[in-house]
Design a protein around this ligand. Sequence first.
Ligand SMILES: *Cc1c(COP(=O)(O)O)cnc(C)c1O
Length: 494
Amino acid sequence: MQYISTRNNQQGCTAAQAISQGLARDGGLRTPMYIPKLPKGALEQLCSMSYQQRAVYVMGLFLEEFSAAELTGFAAKAYSLDKFDTPAVAPVHTLEDNLHCLELWHGPTCAFKDMALQMLPHLLTASLKKTQEDKTVCILVATSGDTGKGALEGFRDVDNTRIMVFYPKDGVSQVQQLQMTTQEGDNVGVCAVHGNFDDAQTGVKRLFSDEALREKLAERGYFLSSANSINWGRVLPQIVYYVSAYCDLVRDGKLTMGDKLNICVPTGNFGNILAAYYAGEMGVPVGKLICASNSNNVLTEFLTTGVYDRNRTFYTTTSPSMDILISSNLERLLYAVEQDSEAVRGYMEQLNACGKYEVSDKVKAWIAKRFCAGFCDDAQTAKVIERIYRQYDYLIDTHTAVAFDVMEQYRRETGDETAALVVSTASPFKFCDSVLTALGQTEIADGLAVLDQLTEVTGRTAPVPLAGLRDKRVRFTASVDKERMEDVVLGMLD
Ligand SMILES: *Cc1c(COP(=O)(O)O)cnc(C)c1O
């Protein structure tokens, strides 16, 4: 299967090249030329398989140059019981007959990024071998909190890789920051950027498109790649859990094969919900895709009006992993609709030049058929955490709460009671302060004592990787202006 760039669909490359490259040289995103369909009967077969087997099957359809044996090895390592605290890997928790929650935070960093970032290093190192790349790959990551830690855990001490993570200095939770600054491994670096997530992400994108830097690094034996959700190797493993969730619901008698399933995803960079869309294209009976945002509701506006406008106030919210004004993966959706890389390039040029574009009527109509969108502010997020806890005895984090609220708004407004899957993207223990406040606590403990406080209040135990932070040493304390990120990279790759 060929992978094109969303900004130039004339020059295809292989999956291995797409994954090695991260971003295409023209700034576009590498995307499969078409989305393969699940063969007839495949979904039924997948119902009786393990998560790992489902991953091998689904990913295999996109990765022709990878053998089933290779993928089986990757899936065994990525989704082992050393890494995930449940053999189900991504279990579905049922709240009501027609309301389910997909828990994507059972991995080593307690957020959904693990689902892809445990797999990506295997895909990437194998891709490098297949493309006969002998330089050391340097992964650059801009993170709004969870990607950074997920990538650090995925890549730590992986041969022939280095990883450098930039996070916004005041844009991540205390637990998130400690998770990163205490990271172990000989090939890792972590640095704070003065600014917000978009500053960090724009800075990293600039490094990627800097040809002079590329040459300097090549001389030293390095080349740059990305672990951000723009890398196809990030999106692909995410398709698996949507297929898997549907199979679990059928296997457990909650759905009959063929029943539609609405899916509501708390969204930032648009990678997670894009994977749900691709699962639908493959043949999973997906109903509406409901895009949930916090007060940074640029996607709510886009999906309802067709106007993308990043010229707006940036809010720092209690769901920081969604504090994003430029959703990079939306570009892949635009390509899926337009099938025209010139049109996509035009939109992205307008976005660069004036921070705004409006899609054609064709695109608007296409989106309206498949997507709905809504947003939820911090006050409402807190109320939802409290209510879901009282009503279902189910503890959720702030991001998941945004999705629950938007799902409920959708049902109220449309009367559509189709079975729904709300995607839960982080453990509540990753955002203790906000969760405790939502549950009515007025005094919040300092530092990691918040973990104990949440345990006292709810009787739940903190996930082992978070509880273990207490014993870790802070290794990385540097911060940098966004204009000076290049120096940090060159310093690390001396
Ligand atoms: C990254 C993240 C999101 C947003 O996911 P996208 O794929 O960027 O849309 C939502 N919730 C949490 C907890 C995250 O870490």
